[in-house]
Design a protein around this ligand. Structure first.
Ligand code: ADP
Ligand code: TZD
Ligand code: MG
Length: 577
């Protein structure tokens, strides 16, 4: 209900009034947007307070980028746009990275930012935190809107919601100049101006022809492969996806945030035979995954010489043929597309050829067996495998916990080693391979799902959002952060070739105790030097639900440059000796 301001007009006639503050709050609540991630300040300080008083959950962060990442992953986890609230110019810019990230990753998010007065900004007269924010946001998001009149707040938010969640989801910018918040209007007219968005992301039904074409190509396959991407996780069509994959009998490969839609231990999972299935498959069906760098653009050495046919299911028609020819494009939402495919497969649908399925299974079992002893080592100092072996078991025992993961070696090895068992339980660096998502993701995951969160963080990765441990302690969130502390980026062993006395660019303070940071804010800090210690500390944290940070001391020499993507890192052949 709108808080009503009473005003005694000169005429002595009392009118019920509302204002921009109240209308924005009412519009958010009307559309079920009940959580805001942000940082307060001019002109939104009072807005945050009032929103909280009105029952919206307001999570106040230490830096807007982290609040923005929180909003972006809230969008991924819930299919509703995550809302981030920032102050003008610098706060807005801090949030913008996350907005661009949301757009790149196809997560629905709305960045709402206060801004300075139009009249002054447009004449460039030097207002407090002056910046033409709308113009700057536009190229970095799916849509950008500005509201100048209180009466347009309802429409403005409705447009933002639709733009964020319909079609391919993405980031939307909503610019609210300071004056708007205090603008007063008649309360009844204000109430009527609000819009409850109906069917914000309408089902997009694929054409029957496209379904038939896709099934014909799939049926012709001798070596089919299904690749599940994070769009498939986002779609929340878990039962239909599982039924479809099982009906085909084909090996499936989950992209990192699609792990767990079907468990990584499923007999058809080809995660541990990735190179084999990419090289040797003859028909590849992409479901909510793009053929970008993460899949070597669908060509080159990774994909082998044998000719391949691609089928692609995606809500975005322009995604088709972006990197290679798609012989069977299926455009629609994944739930509708997969249901239509299932309907088109009769009882006699042939299972994937047994020789192919068998070959993939053999490769996978071999690779798993080769890895097993490494994961059981109790070396001190720890290596990645010893530490990850422990975490792998913990996730197996606690399959509903959410795993947040970032770093280089810490990311690449954890992704391969830690099996996931449920959909949308693994959230990580995403399409950009971005560092800094860690604490924002952890906070949103805890808030949006109420589940315990385990963060597996490189020491460098953690540094990008580390101050938010205070936020985690303040809101008493069930987050356990494990820092793989190898004294630096990739390794802690680099030396400065100049001998100037400065450390090399990739190394940090040796023997740093990140656990003390957590203690500073009343959380639990643990220094773990062996896999056994690590296991005890993580289990205690997951049992207690207390904010915990475990400094896992790793061998500084254990990692490799850029983790698994060293090939993307140019190296000078002309280095000085
Ligand atoms: P990954 O990184 O896991 O490979 P990408 O982010 O590259 O995944 O691809 C996700 C794809 O999923 C995008 O092309 C996006 O358009 C698509 N997508 C997102 N939501 C849906 C949906 N509900 N239905 C169909 N496609 C979707
Ligand atoms: N800045 C941002 C925003 N994203 C990035 N990906 C990078 C910088 C470059 N970068 C990586 O790609 S991984 C990484 C950086 C700085 C950190 C790797 O070190 P780590 O992990 O300690 O997190 P490991 O286990 O030591 O490899
Ligand atoms: Mg490191």
């Amino acid at each position: 209900m709108s808080a009503v301001v009473q005003s005694a007009a000169a005429t002595d006639v009392e009118e019920n009034l509302t204002d921009g503050f109240n209308l924005i709050i009412d519009a958010l609540k009307l559309n079920g947007l009940n959580t805001i991630y942000g940082v307060p300040g001019i002109p939104i300080t009072d807005f945050g307070r009032m929103a909280q008083a009105a029952g919206i959950r307001v999570l106040s962060f230490r830096h807007e980028q982290n609040a923005g990442y929180a909003a972006s992953i809230a969008g991924f986890l819930t299919k509703k746009p995550g809302v981030c609230l920032t102050v003008s110019a610098p706060g807005f810019l801090n949030g913008l990275t996350a907005l661009a990230h949301a757009t790149t990753n196809c997560f629905p998010m709305i960045l709402i930012s206060g801004s300075s007065e139009r009249e002054i900004v447009d004449l460039q007269q030097g207002d407090y935190e002056e910046m033409d924010q709308l113009a700057i946001a536009k190229p970095l998001c799916k849509a950008a809107f500005r509201v100048l009149h209180a009466a347009d707040i309802g429409i403005g938010l409705a447009r933002a919601i639709r733009a964020a969640v319909s079609g391919r989801p993405g980031g939307v910018y909503l610019d609210l100049p300071a004056k708007l918040f205090g603008q007063v209007m008649n309360a009844d007219a204000g109430k009527k101006s609000l819009v409850k968005v109906i069917d914000a992301a309408p089902a997009q039904i694929p054409s029957p022809d496209s379904i038939k074409r896709a099934l014909d190509v799939l049926k012709s396959a001798k070596k089919p492969l299904i690749i599940l991407g994070k769009g498939a996780a986002y779609a929340q069509a878990d039962d239909a996806l599982r039924a479809f994959v099982e009906k085909t009998g084909a090996p499936f490969l989950p992209m990192s945030m699609a792990k767990g839609i079907l468990p990584d231990t499923h007999p058809q999972c080809a995660g541990a035979a990735r190179s084999t299935v990419l090289k040797d498959s003859d028909v590849v069906m992409l479901i909510g995954a793009r053929l970008n760098w993460l899949l070597s653009h669908g060509k080159g050495k990774t994909w082998g010489d044998a000719p391949k046919k691609f089928i692609q299911i995606d809500i975005e028609p322009k995604e088709m043929d972006s990197n290679v020819e798609i012989v069977a494009p299926v455009v629609g939402d994944i739930g509708s597309c997969v249901s239509a495919l299932l309907n088109g497969m009769d009882a006699k649908w042939p299972a994937a050829p047994a020789d192919w399925v068998g070959a993939v299974k053999t490769k996978r079992d071999d690779n798993v067996a080769k890895m097993a002893p490494k994961l059981m080592n109790n070396n001190v100092p720890m290596d990645y495998h010893g530490a990850l072996g422990v975490l792998r078991t913990i996730v197996k025992e606690r399959p509903d916990a959410i795993l947040v993961n970032e770093g280089a070696n810490t990311l690449d090895l954890a992704r391969g080693i830690i099996d996931m068992y449920q959909p949308r339980k693994r959230i990580d660096v995403g399409t950009w391979g971005i560092m800094g998502i860690g604490m924002g993701y952890a906070i949103a995951a805890a808030i949006e799902t109420g589940k315990p969160v385990l963060c597996v963080e490189g020491d460098s990765a953690f540094g990008f959002s580390g101050m938010e441990v205070e936020t985690i302690c303040r809101y008493k969130l069930p987050v356990c952060i494990v820092i793989f502390n190898n004294d630096g980026i990739y390794r802690g062993t680099d030396v400065n070739a100049s001998g100037s006395g400065d450390p090399a660019p990739t190394v940090f303070v040796k023997g740093a105790r990140y656990d003390k940071m957590m203690e500073a804010f009343g959380g639990v800090g643990v220094n773990a030097t062996s896999p056994d210690e690590l296991k005890r500390a993580v289990n205690a944290a997951m049992d207690s639900g207390k904010p915990t940070l475990i400094n896992a001391v790793l061998d500084p020499a254990a990692g490799s440059e850029s983790g698994r993507i060293g090939n993307l890192n140019p190296q000078s052949k002309l280095k000085k000796k």
